[in-house]
Design a protein around this ligand. Structure first.
Ligand SMILES: [Fe+2]
Ligand SMILES: [Fe+2]
Length: 237
């Protein structure tokens, strides 16, 4: 049985993910249960797999993705570090070699935008996967609150996914939102996550391209020298 399967079947991991989801639900946070754990695990693994990292590195990314938020069962604040400490004990019990455990725990302990740094490729994959998970199904509040910017933004997102273009060394994050919110509101609440995802992609020697409704929003449209000259002349007139 591979390591991810062992982790998924572990009773302690199951209980910690459920408890984390319940804690954040009671705080009216977005969904942080099994769905989020599975999405981040799958996406982090896909990123390293498609960039041709070795099999073990891909597996460690899937494990980090699955376990990265279990510390929320203790407290939202510093949950990156508490998740890493809980993960350390569990992987030790599952006889994972210490060098592999530390790759996973360094990644988990650095996944929060407030305190994290991209310290290895597993961290980079985990961060891009985690920060890309914005979607209407993550709103756990019983009733939609139109005065809450997080509700508005998350509810407006109908589809989101990450794709990798290895030829162009590009990681593309695509979001499709309806007009119940706006690009400006998305940026207001997610700018730190976007910046961290850019750093993560650069660590993997890729660019990070964020598209909202098929418009690339984190890179200027290329304007040729002739066109730029014309624009400058118009401005000066
Ligand atoms: Fe987290
Ligand atoms: Fe997360």
């Amino acid at each position: 049985m591979d390591l991810l399967q062992k982790v998924k079947q572990d009773e302690e991991v199951k209980a910690l993910i459920e408890a984390s989801g319940a804690v954040l639900k009671s705080m009216n946070y977005t969904e942080h249960g099994l769905r989020h754990a599975n999405y981040v695990s799958r996406t982090a693994g896909k990123i390293l797999f498609e960039l041709r990292y070795d099999k073990r590195e891909v597996e460690l990314a899937t494990v980090a993705g699955y376990m990265h938020d279990i510390g929320n069962s203790i407290n939202r604040t510093h949950h990156g570090q508490t998740s890493a400490l809980l993960t350390y004990d569990i992987l030790k019990r599952l006889n994972v070699p210490f060098s592999d455990i530390s790759k996973v725990t360094s990644a988990i302990g650095n996944h929060e935008e407030q305190t994290g740094f991209i310290v290895n490729s597993v961290t980079a994959a985990l961060v891009i996967a985690d920060k890309s998970d914005a979607h209407r199904t993550r709103v756990t509040r019983e009733t939609y609150d139109p005065n809450d910017i997080h509700d508005r933004v998350n509810f407006s997102i109908k589809k989101s996914y990450v794709s990798i273009d290895r030829e162009k060394s590009a990681i593309n994050s695509k979001i499709y939102m309806d007009n119940s919110s706006s690009v400006m509101e998305y940026l207001k609440i997610y700018i730190d996550r976007i910046v961290m995802s850019e750093k993560a992609a650069h660590f993997l020697n890729c660019s990070f391209n964020l598209y909202i409704n098929d418009v690339l929003i984190n890179s200027p449209k290329h304007i040729g020298a002739t066109q730029m000259k014309k624009i400058l002349e118009e401005v000066e007139e």
